[in-house]
Design a binder for this molecule. Structure first.
Ligand SMILES: Nc1ncnc2c1ncn2[C@@H]1O[C@H](COP(=O)(O)OP(=O)(O)O)[C@@H](O)[C@H]1O
Ligand SMILES: [Mg+2]
Length: 268
């Protein structure tokens, strides 16, 4: 694979804990969420625009807690109630003891029976995909205090409504993930490149490049990925067709603008 192809692949969206990057903002949210999980809360609402790092964050929390066996993750919503309840059961008790006719009411009884004996945290990603009736049941399960939920969802107008109706007075803590600062944008790009040993390329990104990247992406990690991917796509093209166009020791803002144009951040 050519160099610029490899560089493109670095900026494909991925949720790999071993590629987690500690940024000022992400560390802040990580600590905040860890603290909230330690508190005697029933539910924690984690929300933010797509691409602000919610999935990365809860996967990291899950990974770091793995050995303690008291934190569980449901990455893709299980929308069918029976399946969802079964899954929660297996987090609490051995699968071999799973009753055949495990209903929601039965599960609530089990949770109540385990009260003061067992406390687990379940991380629910993409929670905007749960129906409001299942969400209501999740809330009632959390009332037993046997399971604490971290509910992660995208912030859109619709979910604002969900947040209002379901959680307003019931969630004890909400954490809103925000886009990164310009400093985070810089660190994100630097660390991602250095992680893969692209020291020279990392050096090619100067202040004015970062300023422009931040302006186009507003510090949204998914958008930064897209912009960087597109930039290296352009570099890959010139490398094959007109290498003189990409000669030099800094990234050309012209190509960042071309990427932004291609992605529709700006108009011609
Ligand atoms: N702390 C981080 N370390 C490494 N990559 C990150 C980090 N935060 C965000 N990303 C990158 O940004 C992308 C979008 O983040 P993600 O967690 O999927 O956002 P959300 O779930 O809020 O939509 C991820 O695929 C990942 O490539
Ligand atoms: Mg996500």
């Amino acid at each position: 694979m050519s160099k610029y192809r490899q560089l493109q692949s670095i900026f494909i969206d991925r949720i790999e804990v071993n590629q987690y990057i500690g940024l000022d903002t992400s560390i802040l949210f990580y600590n905040k969420l860890q603290e909230s999980i330690q508190k005697p809360l029933k539910m924690i609402l984690l929300y933010g625009k797509p691409g602000t790092g919610k999935s990365v964050l809860i996967n990291k929390i899950y990974h770091d807690a793995k050995d303690k066996k008291n934190v569980f993750l449901i990455s893709t919503p299980i929308q069918q109630e029976e399946e969802f309840i079964k899954k929660l059961y297996t987090f609490l008790l051995p699968e071999s003891t799973l009753p055949e006719d495990l209903t929601y009411n039965r599960f609530i009884d089990i949770c109540n029976a385990l009260k003061d004996k067992k406390h687990i945290t379940v991380l629910l990603d993409e929670a905007q995909l749960y129906s409001s009736s299942l969400m209501e049941k999740i809330r009632l399960i959390s009332d037993t205090r046997t399971i604490k939920f971290v509910v992660s969802l995208h912030k859109t107008e619709k979910e604002d409504l969900i947040a209002k109706e379901h959680f307003q007075s019931r969630i004890w803590e909400t954490i809103e993930l925000k886009n990164g600062t310009i400093h985070d944008t810089n660190m994100y790009i630097q660390k991602k490149l250095i992680q893969q040993n692209y020291f020279e390329i990392a050096n090619m990104f100067r202040k004015s490049n970062i300023k422009l990247i931040h302006k186009f992406t507003k510090g949204n990690y998914r958008e930064i990925n897209k912009l960087m991917f597109t930039l290296f796509e352009i570099y890959d093209y010139y490398e094959d067709n007109k290498p003189s166009k990409i000669a030099g020791s800094t990234i050309k803002n012209r190509y960042l603008e071309m990427s932004a144009l291609k992605l529709g951040y700006i108009n011609a």
